[in-house]
Write a protein of this length. Sequence first.
Length: 126
Amino acid sequence: MNREIISTKDAPQAIGTYSQAIKVGNTVYLSGQIPLIPETMELIEGDMRAQITRVFDNLTAVANAAGGSLADISKLNIFLTDLSHFPLVNEIMAEYFSEPYPARAAVGVASLPKGSLVEMDAIMTL
């Protein structure tokens, strides 16, 4: 089966040996996004709300580049350095998603790239 590399300048460029997303058939695997500003590749300034929002914006850009939207996400994984931020994730997620919501996991982790407090990856079905 053919694999198509998905890439957009509207989301942070890969900072390692990975692609922003890979499309296989009608399934798109979106790599983890942290709250980097695409133009500067620096972490967004501000509080946790700003970081979560930036991550959803980055995921949106990659989903759009693949020909989909957040509404097409089947599975969302959320990684937090502090699980006490989970209610805020839910609040902000409700601004980006509507029912039916994707399947989801939230995992507490010790650290994330570049000192980020949140990272998310996803699987999208077109």
